[in-house]
Design a protein around this ligand. Structure first.
Ligand code: NAD
Length: 330
């Protein structure tokens, strides 16, 4: 696998953490000039797209191979997906997850429950799936209807079947570096970064957003990969200035096109987790948290939306189903 170097496109050398101080000042001067005039960025080639679809296809191929290996031992991994209510976006997400599962040979069990389903009823179903040895992964599609307490449901899933990696036991294990089920979107982002940059050690990563689902586990995974990590959030003072220090930016904010070129250091690698629908003259379209057209004039590599992080999330859900199956057999 060939790694494209984060440090190679602009003037960031191969080992930034080992720079001599005079070179660091030179980088600083160039950076200041760039951000003030922005003229240098105009002469830069546009950022390379990080092709999430292609990388997710490779991950799915790995999963297919793993599933075939388990099948040869008489094991058929199975994923139960529970959806409560009529949220149209959730129905689309669940359909895609089930379809991909079938494609790689994972048996999928689908539970579409009416909006009126009570919390006790849902917990009862989870309890049954927890004890069913033929079920290896359990995913409850979020958000849940308002009358069901999300945390009660997440904590009811057996941690070893918690393929979303949201259970407290898995969150704690992740922080301590244990082998646990890890949230799918951040795991997918890490794969995109590793395939784009190779070794992340010593790089400065800024994660924008601190949700339990994306921001916090993302920061933890980057730390495990030996990055220096900053987390920027809604109360951060001058988030853009903090972000301009980053070699790697992961945006998980939920604000359409918030991050433009003025937030980025030249040569940064940008992972855009955001999925936001905006109105256009001709209807609507999906955009990320990053202003793609602006950011690609200064970044070295960037994930498009759609076609970047999205496909990785499903691929890592299925990878987690295989990992869960193995953990249950260990
Ligand atoms: P969230 O609403 O739970 O968290 C958003 C975070 O952004 C919060 O921590 C908040 O502090 C921070 N924030 C808000 N405004 C900010 C600002 N102006 N500056 C800096 N930080 C700010 O959202 P989430 O669940 O983490 O999702 C974030 C985005 O990622 C959404 O667009 C969501 O749709 C998308 N998402 C995509 C995938 C995928 O598979 N691609 C998966 C999960 C989430």
């Amino acid at each position: 696998m060939s790694h494209w170097s984060l440090r190679g496109r602009w003037y960031i050398p191969a080992t930034p953490q080992r720079l001599d101080p005079s070179f660091k000042s030179l980088v600083g001067l160039l950076f200041i000039q760039t951000t003030v005039t922005h003229s240098m960025s105009n002469s830069l080639p546009l950022a390379r797209d990080i092709d999430g679809k292609a990388i997710a296809a490779r991950v799915l191929e790995e999963v297919r191979t793993d599933v075939a290996g388990l099948a040869s031992q008489g094991v058929l991994p199975a994923l139960a997906v529970l959806l409560v209510g009529d949220d149209p976006a959730s129905h689309v997400y669940v359909r895609n997850k089930l379809q991909r599962a079938e494609e790689v040979g994972i048996r999928s069990l689908e539970y579409r429950l009416p909006e009126s389903t009570g919390q006790a009823e849902l917990l009862q179903l989870i309890a049954e799936l927890n004890t069913d040895p033929a079920v290896n992964g359990i995913l409850v599609q979020l958000p849940l209807p308002a009358h069901i307490e999300e945390q009660a449901v997440i904590q009811a899933i057996d941690p070893i079947k918690d393929v979303d990696g949201f259970h407290r036991e898995n969150v704690g294990g992740l922080v301590q570096g244990a082998e646990v089920l890890t949230p799918c979107t951040p795991s997918g982002c890490m794969r995109l970064l590793q395939e784009t940059c190779g070794d992340l050690s010593g790089l400065h990563a800024v994660v924008i957003g601190r949700s339990n689902i994306v921001g916090k586990p993302m920061a933890t995974l980057l730390l495990q990969a030996h990055c220096s990590v900053s987390v920027v959030h809604s109360r951060s003072v001058d988030a853009a200035a903090l972000c301009r220090l980053a070699d790697i930016v992961v945006a998980a904010v939920g604000r359409p096109q918030l991050i433009d070129a003025s937030w980025l250091k030249p040569g940064a690698v940008v992972i855009d987790v955001g999925i936001n629908r905006i109105e256009t003259e001709t209807g609507s379209r999906l955009v990320g948290d990053v202003d793609y057209a602006s950011a690609r004039t200064i970044a070295a590599a960037i994930t498009p939306v759609p076609g970047g992080v999205g496909p990785m999330t499903i691929a890592y859900l299925l990878k987690n189903t295989v990992i869960a199956t193995r953990l249950q057999r260990a």
